[in-house]
Design a protein around this ligand. Structure first.
Ligand code: G6P
Length: 610
């Protein structure tokens, strides 16, 4: 989704912010722009398309100046063209604004501004901000005061950064719902919507909270509230390696991240398994055993791939910890009248920790008295900071838009939580130890699966010319069917549906013919014999069956057209292994079709608007 980078300091700012902005390309966008405060003038360049198109347009003639803002836009209001790209300027062209989020009351604001003589150029909601700031920016008013005045009049979400020619050494930034951080350098300061943009220059950052304003100049920075009252903020350190946000020899981030899974699963487990006690140690939960025992219900809420891991969590928590669990799309939960109280544990799962719907669902749950925890990847993200406690999955930066290693690590984190809750409630020490053993084996087993990548690649030919595919699984592998189908459609644009294998008879079976690839996820687990029957039903209709099975499976080998094997593990952790061939399959098919695997069309890495 949209990305913001800003710089004040002594270096040439345009080249710097454009390079930094490239680190945010992975978030997904459709136009890009730049504003530089250059010798008393604001120079603004914008274009539809990629940052490279903006560079081509500039043709090496970057505007000179030490203060600049750059932005990647993911269209919400108005098509992705040059005019709608950010930065947006006021009538006089002396104020430039970049904005992530949505101004919900833009229409009445715009109408009122037009009545007062303001001239609008774009169709965006953002442009109202530039004109509102212009209204308040009288001769004796500093930019931050004008920004605060404008922000008090808008409804919706924003992360904004603003430049003005009248105060050429200043950037004013503010947040309400869309992430922003200040990067601290030596005589230079950065503003960014994502830490990866500034990693090359500094690891010291200050995360802004909602309704805070940051004022940056080469001499320093300060954070205030909307009334300009100063706020002391802690400085955080970003531990990520620069190499972890680079491709490291892989053709795509997605492939790199798929291949990193043995290591990321190991990191998710590190220091958390208590082998003798058959238990898991989760320091960040901030919940005592008594509190954990006081919950009579768990609600898992998430979006996208994280919602799929939540479904697996539901199966685990009910089976092993015997606690009633429900899964809700965060976007639905937040606008229903959900039944949660102080005996409900609400768990938000989010790779980015910034997904607007998941964040709002957790806030709603909190308002109703529930305890909230987050299963989050990005350290210091908004969800991680707002929940009562949580489990970091430690997958490392995930840059490819299609989530891969975050999914497997989320399932592992849910496994750890289930183990801990289970040991408090229903699991014996011996059962607990079995879970610990299974978790401990996962990194090596994931490596085994990855070693078979070339066999998966050969299956690309099965999808040659196809425009539909079906993914079927049961039990713990029903959510894997959903995830496999999602991976395929996200990056290859082949329509794919995931279904519970038996439910297929109530509809999708009508689609099956000899040109339809049907992917079964059928490891040897509690529902194995049931899914064998479903494979037979598909074969009886001449469907082309690809099956992910446990090593040594002869029965499905005799039925399926193509087989991919995975090592044996206990049922709840089969998804961690069975999802890997499906990630690879989607990847190879998309590459074969020449698609932009890391930045698929229309998608965003982190969806910060609802
Ligand atoms: C977007 C991404 C998905 C991700 C979903 C939820 O749609 O493209 O890959 O699963 O958001 O994101 P989150 O960061 O909350 O896990």
């Amino acid at each position: 989704m949209c990305g913001i980078v800003g710089y004040v300091g002594r270096r040439e700012a345009a080249a710097l912010v454009l390079e930094a902005l490239k680190r945010l390309e992975y978030r997904g966008y459709d136009s890009a722009g730049l504003a530089v405060n250059s010798g008393g003038r604001l120079l603004v360049e914008k274009t539809a398309g990629k940052i490279s198109a903006l560079e081509t347009r500039l043709d090496g003639r970057l505007p000179k100046g030490h203060v600049a803002l750059a932005h990647t836009r993911w269209a919400t209001h108005g098509v992705p063209n040059e005019i709608n790209a950010h930065p947006h300027t006021d009538c006089g062209g002396t104020i430039a604004v970049v904005h992530n989020g949505i101004i919900e009351n833009w229409a009445p604001l715009r109408a009122a501004l037009v009545k007062r003589g303001h001239k609008f150029r774009s169709e965006t909601d953002t442009e109202v901000l530039a004109h509102l700031i212009e209204e308040a920016y009288g001769p004796a008013v500093p930019l931050e005061t004008a920004v605060a005045w404008a922000l008090k009049r808008v409804e919706g979400t924003y992360g904004i950064s603003v430049l003005s020619t009248r105060e050429p050494e200043k950037i004013v930034a503010a947040r309400h719902g869309s992430p922003l951080l200040v990067g601290l350098g030596d005589g230079e300061y950065f503003i960014a919507s994502d830490a990866s943009a500034v990693l090359q220059h500094t690891r010291s950052v200050v995360y802004l909270d909602d309704d805070e304003i940051a004022v940056l100049s080469p001499d320093g920075y300060r954070v205030t509230d909307l009334e300009t009252g100063r706020i002391e903020k802690p400085v955080s350190r970003v531990d990520w390696d620069l190499s972890s946000v680079e491709k490291g020899g892989f053709r795509h981030f997605m492939l790199k991240e798929i291949m990193e899974q043995p290591e990321s699963i190991r990191n998710a487990l590190r220091g958390r398994l208590l082998e003798d006690e058959g238990n898991a140690k989760l320091g960040g939960l901030n919940l005592t055993d008594e509190e954990l025992l006081s919950f009579n219900r768990v609600v898992l809420t998430a979006c996208g791939t994280s919602w799929h891991s939540a479904l697996i969590g539901e199966y685990m928590l009910e089976e092993l910890a015997r606690i009633p669990t429900e899964v809700e799309y965060a976007s639905e939960f937040r606008y229903r009248n959900p039944i949660v109280d102080e005996h409900t544990l609400v768990i938000g799962i989010s790779q980015s920790g910034e997904t607007a719907d998941t964040l709002s669902a957790l806030r709603e749950a909190k308002r109703r008295g529930a305890r909230t925890i987050g299963i989050v990847n990005v350290v210091g993200s908004t969800i991680a900071r707002e929940v009562d406690g949580g489990i970091y999955i430690h997958a490392g930066p995930e840059i490819g838009v299609a989530s891969t290693k975050a999914f497997s690590c989320q399932v592992v984190a849910l496994g750890l939580l289930t183990l801990h809750l289970g040991r408090l409630r229903s699991l014996s020490v011996l059962q607990g130890r079995e879970v610990v053993r299974a978790l401990n084996r996962l990194p090596e087993q994931a490596l085994d699966v990855l070693a078979r990548a070339s066999e998966v690649e050969k299956l690309v030919s099965v999808f040659e010319g196809t425009s539909n595919a079906l993914y079927l699984g049961r039990g713990y592998n029903f959510p894997v069917a959903l995830e496999g189908a999602l991976k395929l459609k996200e990056i290859s644009y082949i329509h794919a549906e995931g279904y519970p294998a038996a439910e297929m008879k109530h509809g999708p079976i009508a689609l099956i013919d000899d040109s339809m690839p049907v992917v079964f996820i059928a490891p040897r687990d509690a529902v194995y014999q049931k899914i064998v029957s479903n494979i037979q039903e598909v074969k009886a209709r001449r469907g082309r069956v690809i099956a992910v099975v446990t090593e040594g499976d002869d029965q499905i080998a005799g039925l399926a057209d193509h087989l991919i094997t995975i090592p044996e593990t206990i049922d709840p952790f089969t998804p961690v292994l069975s999802v890997i061939p499906l990630q690879l399959l989607a990847y190879y098919i998309a590459v074969h079709r020449g698609k932009n695997v890391d930045q698929p069309r229309n998608l965003a890495k982190s969806v910060t608007v609802e």
